[in-house]
Design a protein around this ligand. Structure first.
Ligand code: SF4
Length: 714
């Protein structure tokens, strides 16, 4: 182990807080403050502070496991890798390349996500690859691309938030999901700005707002349309901006005018005076922002819902201007980078489209393959999971635990069990890994180097601070070994920097251009914002750290590109440089309450656990703070049920039943219950959730489904 302190980043959420890792007197590493990183300035939540506990956890996997006689037993690496080759090979031989599926994760580094996409398409030749980031932000990505021609979580750094006039935060509970980010919103209010929070629950974040709007789950599309209606009715449209920088306003305006405030009040439960107050707070300052998160995005109409919020920004001239804009707060650690470099069903590295012949030709050249050999787009995440055991017979899974995190989880669990072969790479025996035929123990964040891209589009370098335990290998080593065994000897390096060098070339000229970013720059700077194209090199290629195939410049003036913290200020990334209004109208969620299932369920996170809990449920301090699931419900619902605080309550949907203790609060609407989704077993919230998909983003409707409550004896 190194002796000096190593600056790096947290392994969990998209804030990617900076931290220093130092040798601990007890062995391993301990976390210390890293004040120089501007996103968190040393602050960390409990998950980040305790992250090293997973490195040395007693349940850490340190040996490959293979299924023998129905049980997972330790095996050598050769035995385990051979079994995977056999399992994937058998599926491919019997049913063709698409019988092999690959499922990745939004926590994988850029290098791993890139290599996984390449492995699927070049080694397995399968189109069937997607990742759990599809569940995280794909509706915002789709809406952002429609409107602006490009999707980057935030088009500005977080440090702009305190300087704007008003922020509408839609469906985000930052106080629990990214506590250090609250600083920016506190500073906003100290500077005289206002915070509006849109959330069906009075969350810890909503408690800090100047105005809290609590719409019925799944109605924030109507809410945004109602606000836009008032913007028009009150003469607050920025006509000059709309004329000069957008197209499509007339149709979007007409759609909004059909959403009268009283009609919107009936749909959402948000009163007309509250709607008017929100419009006043949003429109009076010179600059304002709208930020969305999973609330509006995880809906069967998530793309339209985000489009409605973007329309509000465009009509008021709050996009592509200093201190104004629409942004998506991505969730997973590499939720942004993970969607840019090819593990998504329809994408190639650099945020290129798999259906674009020029993109295929460029990436195929970098990969040294025939463009025609690259498969086309495959299924989205839930559709891929739903197809397991049907035409997908074998699955390689990396960095995900869908048996807990996917919607309709009991069904997904059955589909996983019906596979002919499942291989999982993980650090612990997650609920999904426990169903595998082969489990490979892999390195964690502090044991390997790699880059991630945080919610601001800031590319960061995580550095190796500690040696991995004996018996553990990196995901890159796994793909290298598997590729070689499957007949592809070259093109799968195990050194992350070598992979990044190739990723730079593959992304060059694409929407997410990383070609001007190097490990050296990332080590010297506090991250670099994409797009960051490589400068042309001089005739000798000397003096500038650029890929060898960068064009040769014809003068001596080129300097390294500084990166792009703020995008869209001059023009949007569309052909004509103008943003697009997308005309949307209100529609109901896929499963409205009825007599049999009269209550709405919404799901989310708590501060001490992360996603499916595969890592955080292994940390004592976090388990003490958040030991298990609960059902949050209003006193009126509890009284109807005869339930007191802590009583077990059954929540039943058309997909299954979950039981968890009641947590009674007036901070939730009486027609809605909330469950966090971090746990397996009888309290698994995703047993209940609805996999109804958004038609554009293919994102499931985690945020609203119909349920009934039942008292549980004893
Ligand atoms: Fe880690 Fe996110 Fe917590 Fe920061 S807010 S310490 S990145 S989990």
């Amino acid at each position: 182990m190194k002796t000096a302190s190593t600056p790096t980043h947290c392994p969990y959420c998209a804030l990617q807080c900076g931290m220093n890792l130092s040798p601990s007197p007890q062995g391993g590493v301990e976390v210390q403050e890293r004040a120089d990183f501007p996103v968190n300035r040393g602050a960390l939540c409990g998950k980040g502070r305790t992250a090293p506990a997973v490195l040395s956890s007693s349940v850490r996997l340190t040996s490959p496991l293979v299924r023998s006689g129905g049980t997972l037993v330790p095996a050598t690496w050769d035995e385990a890798l051979d079994r995977i080759v056999e399992g994937l090979g058998a599926a491919r031989a019997a049913h063709g390349p698409d019988a092999c599926g690959v499922f990745g994760g939004g926590g994988l580094t850029n290098e791993k996500a890139y290599t996984l996409g390449k492995f699927a398409r070049v080694v397995l030749g399968t189109s069937q690859i997607d990742y759990n980031g599809r569940f995280c932000m794909s509706s915002a990505a789709a809406a952002g691309t429609k409107a602006f021609g490009l999707d980057r979580g935030l088009p500005f750094p977080l440090e702009d938030i305190p300087k704007t006039g008003c922020v509408i935060l839609v469906g985000s509970n930052l106080a629990e999901t990214m506590p250090p980010s609250l600083r920016f919103f506190n500073e906003l209010r100290e500077n005289g700005g206002t915070l509006i929070v849109v959330d069906p629950r009075r969350t810890k974040t909503a408690e800090q707002a100047d105005l809290h709007l609590a719409p019925r789950p799944g109605t924030d599309l109507a809410l945004a349309l109602g606000l836009l209606h008032l913007v028009v009715a009150e003469g607050r449209v920025d006509e000059e901006y709309v004329k000069g920088r957008t197209v499509g306003w007339e149709d979007a305006r007409a759609a909004a005018m059909a959403h009268w405030p009283e009609y919107v009040e009936r749909i959402t439960g948000v009163s007309v005076p509250q709607l008017r107050e929100a419009v006043r707070l949003f429109c009076e300052p010179e600059a304002a922002m709208v930020l969305t998160a999973r609330g509006p995005e995880q809906q069967s109409k998530g793309t339209d819902t985000v489009s409605a919020w973007i329309n509000l920004c465009l009509a008021t001239g709050r996009a592509g201007r200093p201190l104004s804009g629409y942004g998506c707060l991505t969730g997973q650690g590499n939720g942004q980078g993970g969607r840019e470099h090819g593990q998504k069903a329809d994408q190639l590295p650099g945020y290129r489209k798999l259906t674009d012949p020029a993109a295929r030709a460029h990436v195929a050249e970098v990969w040294g393959v025939d463009p025609d050999s690259l498969p086309g787009p495959g299924r989205s995440a839930y559709e891929l999971l739903d197809a397991l055991g049907t035409d997908i017979r074998a699955l390689l899974l990396m960095g995900s635990n869908p048996v807990v995190s996917a919607p309709r989880a009991a069904h997904v669990e059955e589909r996983v069990k019906s596979l002919d072969f499942l291989a999982v790479c993980d650090v612990v025996l997650s609920e999904t890994a426990a169903l595998a035929d082969v489990v490979l123990p892999v390195t964690q964040w502090a044991e390997e180097s790699g880059t991630t891209t945080n919610l601001e589009g800031r590319v960061l370098l995580r550095r190796r601070a500690i040696s991995p335990p004996e018996g553990v290998r990196s995901d890159l080593e796994v793909m290298h070994e598997l590729a070689a065994r499957l007949g592809v000897e070259k093109g799968f390096p195990t050194d992350p920097e070598e992979v990044f060098e190739e990723l730079r070339r593959a992304s060059a000229g694409g929407p997410a251009d990383y070609s001007g970013i190097t490990y050296r720059r990332l080590a010297e700077e506090n991250g670099v914002f994409w797009p960051c194209p490589a400068p042309p090199r001089d005739a000798e290629g000397a003096g500038l750290d650029v890929p060898p195939d960068a064009p040769v410049r014809d003068d001596e003036t080129a300097v390294a590109h500084p990166g792009t913290p703020r995008i869209f200020l001059d023009r949007f990334a569309t052909e004509d440089g103008r943003a697009r209004f997308v005309t949307v109208t209100h529609r109901a969620i896929a499963e409205e309450p009825d007599d049999e299932y009269p209550v709405l369920l919404t799901t989310g996170r708590v501060v001490a656990q992360y996603q499916s809990g595969a890592q955080t449920r292994r940390v004592d301090e976090l388990n003490a703070a958040a030991p298990g699931p609960f059902v949050e419900l209003h006193p009126r619902l509890a009284a109807r049920l005869g339930a007191s605080e802590g009583d077990p309550v059954a929540v039943v949907s058309r997909r299954g039943r979950a039981v968890a203790p009641a947590r009674i609060t007036t901070g939730i609407r009486p027609d809605t219950v909330f469950m966090p989704f971090h746990w397996p077993g009888e309290g698994r919230a995703n047993t209940l959730t609805n996999p109804a998909l958004d038609p554009t983003s293919r994102m499931p409707e985690f945020k609203a489904c119909a349920v009934r409550l039942e008292a549980v004896e004893g």
